[in-house]
Design a protein around this ligand. Structure first.
Ligand SMILES: *Cc1c(COP(=O)(O)O)cnc(C)c1O
Length: 424
């Protein structure tokens, strides 16, 4: 199936007389005829459900759809993008281990890694996504367990060189994890470029309607855990908390990562997505292939409009030919990148705030990447605690406006920007 067909049909095929839409299995537990039947589930000897803290059929239909969209071998939903990134890394990196990470990632992920996961004893090295391969090479340690980056960094909009970083990771016998939230599998499929595990905040374009918070992890199924058995004992030696199962042996390259992540981390931390939310996420996915091109088309027109505006000092959008990452974006995302554009306004912080007060179509919100056009001035909101020098050092100057271009009529979006510019 093509991507468009998968958006609508993948993951669930109703049998004769069954509901056409995925059923919402709103049940915490599942009934079995005998204790023996249930015992087989607990031993991972049979497929099935026993408790929604670990797995639920509604979630699995939707995870399977995302898995097929990404070209993976197995997938699971999580309650949020934060949970997805935490699980993806913690499934292979534990206390005493080390992770190499692009320095240009979502702020929430940066805090999770740099503050919370450091408290768990995991060390992180943050490297510029534009560092040389020699610098990347030098960052590896014997205890490095994975490498992490974002296809298109939120909010810096830097395009990640997936292929080169994947090659380096593999030379060192570790997987590359890529957060593909902004590109979505409609615009980029990181597994095809050598990435091993893909994560998502489904809260953004996948849901696409500002309705549900959620996340997803997809395993490409190519990484050979057994070939690097000493590095990944959690996958390659018996799990005593699961009746001595060795995940990489029993479930192979295709299933080990997600099975361990479900049966250990989801069991113990329980960041499951509610089945009702998974149902709504599925509704969003059914139009992802129609919405993404429209987001990209509108965003490119907005970026071109801003570039030609003399009240604007700079525009950052990776699909603009003048952009530093244009070539890389064309390689990985020839059909478009995302709907998010950032730009600077003459007169800095004061003018940025004034400009935003006049906007009517574009709503002020901390959210990005959904159907509604929305706008954020990080210096006076999410990055409020920083002074101007700190903001500039962090790549989020006081004049920066982040505009998430929605799928409204482009003429209304441009007219809204124009009337706001006219008033400053
Ligand atoms: C929003 C976001 C996250 C966090 O996702 P939540 O669903 O808000 O927990 C992670 N990565 C990226 C790139 C994001 O944009």
């Amino acid at each position: 199936m093509k991507q468009s067909t998968k958006c609508i049909q993948a993951g669930y095929s109703p049998k004769n007389g069954e509901s056409r839409m995925i059923p919402i299995v709103q049940s915490t537990t599942f009934k079995y005829d005998t204790s023996e039947d249930m015992g087989k589930l607990f031993d991972l000897e049979a497929d099935g459900y026993f408790y929604t803290r670990l797995q639920n059929p509604t979630n699995d239909y939707v995870a399977k759809k995302i898995c097929e969209l990404e070209g993976g071998s197995a997938a699971m939903l999580t309650s949020s993008g934060q949970a997805a990134n935490f699980y993806a890394v913690f499934n292979i990196a534990n206390c005493g281990d080390h992770v190499i990470c692009s320095s240009s990632i979502y702020g929430g992920t940066y805090n999770l890694f740099n503050v919370t996961m450091r408290k768990m004893g995991i060390d992180f090295t943050f490297l510029s996504p534009d560092c040389s391969m020699e610098e990347l090479e030098a960052a590896f340690r014997p205890n490095t367990k994975c490498v992490f980056g974002e296809t298109i960094a939120n909010p810096a909009l830097i395009v990640f060189d997936i292929e080169s970083w994947a090659e380096k990771a593999h030379e060192h016998g570790v997987p590359l994890i890529v957060d593909n939230t902004f590109a979505t599998p409609i615009n980029c499929r990181p597994i095809e470029w050598g990435c091993d595990i893909v994560t998502h905040s489904t809260t953004k374009y996948m849901d696409g309607h500002d309705a549900t918070v959620g996340g997803c992890i997809v395993d490409g199924g190519h990484f050979d855990w057994m070939a690097h058995a000493d590095k990944f004992p959690g996958l390659t030696t018996p799990d005593e908390s699961y009746h001595g199962v060795t995940y990489a042996e029993k479930f192979g390259k295709e299933g080990a990562f997600i099975t361990k992540c479900t049966s250990q981390l989801m069991r113990d931390f329980g960041s499951i997505q509610a089945p009702m939310n998974a149902y709504m996420l599925n509704l969003g996915l059914e139009s992802l292939h129609v919405r993404m091109p429209r987001h990209c088309e509108n965003a490119l027109k907005v970026a071109e409009y801003l570039e030609a505006n003399d009240k604007v000092t700079w525009v950052n959008y990776p699909s603009l030919p003048s952009n530093k990452y244009y070539e890389r974006a064309q390689k990985y995302m020839p059909n478009g990148t995302c709907g998010v554009v950032s730009f600077g306004i003459k007169g800095g912080r004061k003018k940025a705030e004034e400009f935003m007060r006049h906007l009517k179509v574009a709503m002020i919100a901390t959210h990005v990447a959904d159907a509604h056009t929305c706008v954020l001035h990080p210096a006076s909101s999410t990055h409020r605690q920083m002074n101007d020098e700190e903001l500039i050092a962090g790549g989020v100057g006081p004049d920066l406006i982040r505009l998430s271009v929605g799928i409204e009529d482009i003429e209304d979006i441009l007219a809204d920007l124009q009337q706001a510019f006219d008033q400053i």
